[in-house]
Design a protein around this ligand. Sequence first.
Ligand SMILES: C[S@@+](CC[C@H](N)C(=O)[O-])C[C@H]1O[C@@H](n2cnc3c(N)ncnc32)[C@H](O)[C@@H]1O
Length: 227
Amino acid sequence: MTTNSVLTPSQISSIYSKRAKHYDKTVRVYNLFGMTLERWRRMAVESLGLRPGDTVVDIACGTGLNFPLFQKKIGPEGKIIGVDMTQAMLDQAAARIEANDWGNVELVRSKADEFEFPTDIDAVFTSYALTLIPEYDEIIKRAARALPEGARFVNLDMKIADSWMSIFAPLLTFLLVRPYAGTLEMGRRRHPWKSVENYMDRVSVRNLYFGFLYIVVGESRGVEERD
Ligand SMILES: C[S@@+](CC[C@H](N)C(=O)[O-])C[C@H]1O[C@@H](n2cnc3c(N)ncnc32)[C@H](O)[C@@H]1O
């Protein structure tokens, strides 16, 4: 694998199958580079505007690191639907659900582009994943259609800085992104925030970490975006 290749979903899944067991611990290495992934995760979840009783879909949920943050907002009467294609990551998510005795989380093993969004959802979230997924544009379009008017979609993800700082992109990719199946070429070719701008309203993009990360928030146009 090189930093320039674009990996297939099955190559990505096999990387995450190996990483799953220690994923929650190993991602802490980002802190050594001043990347406060957990703080940005909290900021991103905050911008979903969740309320008690809401149903939230977490696309590429991994081991469920977002779930405790959702639970604080939605309470036991709300619902989380976690979607991921890697069984080993979902096994870790299932262990988290059991350890917390949550009765309101549904895990779905599916490629994100094959997942059928239910119609009774209130929010769609995804973190540190969408740039890995070739069909991200279609997924964002379908999320916009599934959500009721004004309901939010939030994506927290990495990207290549659009300033002179981009000279550091190959090094950062090699050290921090490649071990999690990301490549420079993915960052060059895939721009999920532009899809949010295309399919949603009141879109805001907040750059983090010198522009190597961002949170994009969009609101569904509701019926207008549906066929
Ligand atoms: C870096 S992890 C992020 C996990 C979690 N969202 C988080 O914030 O910790 C990327 C996740 O995306 C999942 N993934 C990658 N491509 C996918 C696809 N096409 N469909 C569904 N899940 C996918 C992987 O299995 C992995 O669990």
